[in-house]
Design a protein around this ligand. Sequence first.
Ligand SMILES: *Cc1c(COP(=O)(O)O)cnc(C)c1O
Length: 397
Amino acid sequence: MPGFEFFGDLERKHLNDVLESGVLMRYGFDGMRNGHWKARELEQALCRRMEVSHAQLVSSGTAALTVALASAGVGAGDEVIMPVFTFVASFEAVLSVGAIPVLMDIDETLTLNPKAVEKAVTPKTRVIMPVHMCGSSARLSELKAICDKHNLLLLEDACQAIGATYNGKPLGSYGDLGCFSFDYVKTITCGEGGAIITNNADYARNADHYSDHGHDHIGKDRGAESHPFMGYNYRISELHAAVGLAQIGRLDEFLSIQQQHSGVLRKALESIPGIRFREVPEGAEENYSFLSFFLPDEATTRAAHKALTEEGVDGCFYWFDNNWHYIKKWEHLKKLKTLGKVSEEVRAAMPDYEKADFSASDAVMGRTISVLIKLGWSREEVEQRAENMVKALKKVL
Ligand SMILES: *Cc1c(COP(=O)(O)O)cnc(C)c1O
């Protein structure tokens, strides 16, 4: 998954362009910048690669989700349906615009279960936010059908799945809005950064203004810009965008390496009875940033995770016990622990996550192990790893 493994001359070149002009900001200073507009160029590159008409860079993936929600007018009292297996950023973004995160079960795709989503729709629901976890798509056509039926927005969190596709379309481009993260451990990185993509010109304009204090970006004098509405500062810097501009040009190279490495591991594991792989929806193709598989039950999975670690297989995740990615350990959300007071409206509308029943998701997560696919492995290292994994798993199966 991590683009940070492959830093090279191109990243340095784009960074030096920015350092030599001294203009570290993406807007303004036209005369000083020697024609360098790294953020703008990265947005254009994203539009081409993701086959959409608009892209807005921001300071993080979390900011991208926040700005995406805001740009579509999601706010107080609105309900956003999201999965219980994701990163904490998903509910942070929803709460930050005053909306209510409605967490729902996943299935063996490791993403939202459309049947659970259908049951969760209320008159207050505005958005369905699937999260394409660990490099593979949610069941987008089923979720889209629910959105169409109830007039809801489809917002794809594609932060972990850049380059993966559904029915031939890049993830993020299928819904009304899609979000990417370019943080340090994602498939391509800016150090810190994120992006919103959309084909909707209104959302794109709103995202452009909202992420820069509501400035309307009309004319050449920043100080003279007016404010059609209030915004915040979620800008990316030119330095971060410069790194991303180099990395996006290498995305397809990264994806093909991941596919190769993941393929070697998968082939080795296929020979073990009792191992099944994460379900990929029909018509979807992964970005191969993780290889995820199921064991028969929770006890065997725990034993397998331990055996893999003992066999020196690093980058193995047992998400069921993970503090960041699964609801089981989100005490701060369940108890609504915040620094300042939460609005009465949000407090009253928040589902009681201490009592909620997510046994269907527990039954999947308890049996899931994901292994991170690194770019820098040599062929020998991947093969050695496959051998070690088979050895460890055969011990417990
Ligand atoms: C990384 C990630 C984010 C947030 O991205 P940041 O750039 O770290 O803020 C959001 N959602 C998912 C699924 C992620 O993996």
